[in-house]
Ligand binder design. Structure first.
Ligand code: DP6
Length: 352
């Protein structure tokens, strides 16, 4: 008897131009394009194994060993249904293929980073799920085509199908067929950029991205300005900076966009606060660090960015990392928890 099983993994990504707002909540179509860097480290990934078997009566899913309900009209079931639809196309073209689309599928997914690290796991999680089903079903789909489906699991998940520098183009079609991820440049194009993740707090966030961004869409006038007048130009400018390996521009845009995203959260009614005093102190440290460099005729040396939580991600060329870590430890002595400061394209806790 044949066993139909496949495993795939996908990494976490951290946005430089933030996705915040949906124009279609069911299809997960964003109000603006976004751009991220995929973290290239083995210990920041979700790994998912899928198995199809005629004896499986229903689809089931285990997350970190615990079974999760697959709700009928939920995001998980949408992704699984879409993948089975693509499998049916393969079966229709090749009648000899086993009818896996008619079998139940069992899916086991795990993150190799603690949920307590405060990192969003939905991006890597849905990207790994879609990749493992694509392998199981032997789909001839490209990463961009698969991103159309992982997007419907969690918007940011569409960007985790590529490594390196990735754009999620918002698209304009009402069916979402052109709202997909594309590679701007592979990691090998600019491997010198590292990400230092400062875990400020591992508390679960107060307002989820999904509900927070919806409230912003409904109430924030600043979001409308951002969508129309800010993001389109920023997307072009940051792509140019990446292609030219221009860290100064990359850093400036990344920090500006993080700041505007949090301003838009504050402009939401009622307001949403994701950063705390430690987050703001890290902003001050990096700002001062950059100011000294620029005053001495140099360029920006680091860029902070914050998602829907207080944890800082600092992007910097590798040569600056040691200095940045020393600075942070100077202000937060309890943060002296680094094990391997040169292995930082990923998470390192700096305590709270
Ligand atoms: C602040 O992708 O988690 O991290 O589509 O509702 O699942 P849903 O939201 P999600 O939002 C991510 C928001 C962000 C910015 C970003 O990653 O671009």
């Amino acid at each position: 008897m044949s066993v139909y099983q496949a495993t795939a993994s996908a990494p976490v990504n951290i946005a430089c131009i933030k996705y915040w707002g949906k124009r279609d909540t069911k299809l997960i179509l964003p109000t603006n394009s976004s751009l991220s860097v995929t973290l290239d480290q083995d210990h920041l990934r979700s790994t998912t194994t899928s198995r199809a078997d005629p004896s499986f009566k229903t689809d089931r899913l285990w997350l970190n060993g615990k079974e999760e309900e697959i709700k009928d009209v939920g995001r998980l079931s949408t992704c699984i249904k879409e993948m089975k639809r693509l499998r049916r196309e393969v079966e229709d073209k090749n009648p000899n293929e086993p009818k896996l689309s008619t079998y139940g599928v069992h899916i086991a997914s795990k993150n190799n980073f603690p949920t307590a690290a405060g990192l969003a796991s939905s991006a890597s999680g849905f990207a790994a799920l879609v990749s493992s089903l694509a392998a199981l079903y032997k789909l001839p789909a490209t990463p961009s085509e698969l991103s159309l489906i992982s997007r419907q699991g969690s918007g940011s998940a569409c960007r985790s199908l590529f490594g390196g520098y990735v754009a999620w183009e918002m698209g304009s079609a009402s069916d979402g067929s052109d709202s997909l991820a594309i590679e701007v440049a592979p990691q090998s194009h600019w491997p010198d950029i590292h990400a230092l993740i400062c875990v400020v707090s591992d508390d679960k966030k107060g307002t989820s991205s999904t509900s927070g961004m919806q409230r912003t869409v409904e109430t924030s006038p600043l979001l409308q300005h951002r969508i129309k007048h800010v993001v389109p130009e920023r997307m072009e400018a940051i792509k140019k900076a990446i292609l030219a390996r221009d860290f100064d521009s990359f850093a400036r845009i990344t920090m500006q966009d993080s700041n505007q995203f949090h301003a838009v959260c504050l402009d939401t009614d009622p307001p949403i606060f994701y950063m705390n005093d430690v987050s703001r102190t890290i902003i001050a440290i990096i700002t001062e660090y950059n100011r000294v460099s620029v005053e001495n005729g140099g360029k920006l040396k680091a860029a902070y960015t914050y998602d829907a939580g207080p944890n800082a991600v600092i992007y910097a060329p590798k040569e600056n990392l040691k200095e940045i870590i020393s600075l942070i430890i100077k202000y937060f002595p309890q943060a002296d928890a680094f094990k391997d400061p040169f292995n930082l394209f990923g998470a390192q806790g700096v305590g709270s």
